[in-house]
Design a protein around this ligand. Structure first.
Ligand code: SF4
Length: 314
């Protein structure tokens, strides 16, 4: 997915021209059935915009989304319905995702109605989805309203609503960040089991590298709308090639305080996206920056089989 034409500087804004922000730029991702890819990075790095582009909730100015061999980028209106039923989004906040006036049954029946599943098949599909997320027995939940369920139960309902349409892919945007720590592992295990049982392609979006390590075989690290490193999760975490990834890894808590991971602190926050530094966009925060970094943006290039990084030193 590539998005948005060239950005303009603050000078252009002063001249009264509307600036164009490159929220996502030159990003290319692939995920196979039964596999999980994590997209990780700080708030504002373009993770959620990438997900919305993949879901066709935003239109990219260039690039394409291929799903099961079909280019879905040009589809409009009713032609998009099959894609919408086959690629589902798991929302971040279960407390907002469900209509508080609907029973759980009605919330799960709604997507089935939207996608034309006959009424006599809907109850079986709803019960199947509730079983997949381990809300057993379904009748204990289906006639209740969201306020009668805990956060963990609600997020399982949100996942059941995503699974009820029999999708082939799911995109989970910070799927447990609004939940108590005590119930997060349970929800992640339900997601992982559903992915394995149904051979779903899964994309997880998170700022939390520990979560990505737990559920994803592959990871793409984003910074200011670009991928700066990608590869098998275990390899990237064991030996991060980009200074930004090293800083993210250093931020993951470890059980032993005497363990030296060569932590690499980074300075400050994300720069103004409309006024990025020349050369490498990470330059102002990078403790390893040198002269070439100001002159030349490092391309994302292969550094080992299956691994890519965008740093002159990688
Ligand atoms: Fe740091 Fe330079 Fe690498 Fe950018 S290219 S991450 S500034 S060392």
């Amino acid at each position: 997915v590539k998005a948005f034409p060239a950005s303009r500087s603050l000078r252009d804004m002063m001249r009264g021209q509307r600036p164009v922000l490159r929220a996502v730029n030159g990003v290319s991702l692939e995920v196979a059935a039964g596999r999980a890819l994590g997209i990780v990075g700080e708030s504002g790095c373009g993770k959620t915009t990438t997900a919305r582009l993949l879901l066709r909730l935003e239109e990219a100015t260039s690039g394409s989304v291929l799903f099961e061999g079909q280019n879905v980028s040009a589809l409009r209106g009713a032609a998009l319905l099959p894609f919408r039923s086959r690629v589902q989004l798991v929302f971040q906040n279960p407390f907002d995702a469900l209509n508080p006036r609907f029973t759980i049954r009605r919330s799960l029946a709604e997507p089935l109605r939207n996608f034309g599943v006959p009424p006599d098949q809907q109850e079986a599909r709803i019960r199947e989805a509730m079983g997949r997320v381990r809300l057993d027995p379904p009748e204990a939940y289906l006639d209740r309203h969201p306020h009668e369920l805990s956060g963990g139960q609600l997020q399982r309902v949100v996942l059941a609503r995503a699974l009820v349409t029999h999708p082939r892919a799911i995109i989970a945007d910070e799927p447990v960040s609004m939940l108590d720590v005590s119930v997060r592992a349970g929800v992640l295990n339900v997601l992982r089991r559903a992915r394995d049982e149904l051979q779903l392609a899964a994309i997880y979006i998170s700022h939390d590298l520990a979560l990505i390590r737990y559920v994803c075989e592959a990871v793409a690290v984003m910074y200011l709308g670009r991928i700066v490193e990608s590869g098998p999760t275990a390899e990237v975490i064991a030996a991060p090639a980009h200074p930004y990834t090293r800083a993210l890894v250093a931020a993951v808590p470890v059980p032993r305080v005497d363990q030296d991971r060569g932590d690499l602190p980074i300075r400050g926050g994300l720069p103004d996206q409309l006024n990025q530094p020349s050369g490498c966009a990470f330059r102002d925060r990078c403790p390893l920056a040198f002269a070439r970094c100001a002159e030349e943006a490092p391309p994302l290039r292969a550094i080992a089989p299956g691994r890519h990084a965008a740093c002159h030193l990688a």
